[in-house]
Design a protein around this ligand. Structure first.
Ligand code: MG
Length: 251
């Protein structure tokens, strides 16, 4: 069931979104060669709590981090760890979520660790572009497939693979609500978008093939099947009465 949010509820989600965005930006600023993903996690958790919120991911189905930190060929759900130290040339996808007064914010971005290859740079740029294309399609009267189609077109035109098994989602009083928001699809297909729907739009794009492997014994971390790099960008947005959606995860 899809929960349409009232303007008052969207106002509350702006607060959770603002904190999520600030934590993502500031944690991203900490990314550098030599830092561990556990250090990034501690930094983010501390900031979330200073802001008066609580980490959305910590304890979610038993997840052990306050952020997801996915390095190189890890697509999503990387678990922060003291032994995972970033190296020059790596890319790291950081996903941060905050809960404030029961409302969730969720956003992600992939960051360069020092200097990265031109190919990796292009993957990051295309994935972010694909996210914005998907967001631009999230307009009242459009359909869910329009979002996926927009993301898929940008990504595949660049020669990259669109992950199928993991998708965006509705969000509100729960981190994951209906509907699922695939990053692939056909124009004009799927449910009709309505003002007050709040969606997390989050392309996960592989430099190579779209297929995945995992999660393995840890139950979480998902890798590209072919070992290629993967990037992930995400914003929480509210469908407006008219025009493009409002970005809720912004400062
Ligand atoms: Mg999400």
């Amino acid at each position: 069931m899809i929960h349409i949010k009232t303007p008052e509820q969207i106002e509350l989600m702006r607060h959770a979104g603002r904190i999520s965005a600030k934590v993502l930006r500031k944690t991203g600023e900490m990314v550098r060669p030599g830092i561990t993903t556990l250090e990034l996690d501690r930094f983010a958790e501390n900031l979330i709590r200073i802001e008066g919120a609580r980490p959305a991911f910590l304890g979610y189905s038993g997840f052990k981090g306050s952020i997801c930190a996915s390095v190189n060929d890890q697509i999503v759900h990387g678990i922060p760890h003291k032994d995972v130290r970033l190296n020059e040339g790596d890319i790291i996808s950081i996903d941060t979520g905050a809960v404030l007064e029961g409302w969730y914010g969720d956003n992600a971005a992939t960051f360069a660790v020092g200097e990265i290859s031109a190919d990796a740079q292009r993957l990051l740029q295309v994935t972010e572009c694909a996210m914005w294309a998907g967001i631009a399609a999230a307009m009242a009267g459009n359909r869910l497939g329009d979002i996926g189609h927009a993301v898929q077109t940008v990504s595949e035109d660049a020669g990259f693979g669109v992950v199928r098994e993991y998708v965006g989602h509705g969000i509100g009083r729960h981190m994951h609500e209906d509907p699922n928001v695939p990053n692939f699809g056909r124009r004009g297909q799927g449910i009709k978008l309505k003002a007050g729907m709040v969606l997390a739009i989050e392309p996960m794009i592989n430099m190579g093939d779209y297929t995945t492997r995992g999660p393995f014994e840890d139950g979480w971390i998902v890798y590209t099947a072919d070992g290629s790099l993967s990037a992930h960008f995400e914003r929480t947005v509210a469908v407006s009465v008219e025009g493009p959606p409002e970005i809720l995860t912004k400062e």
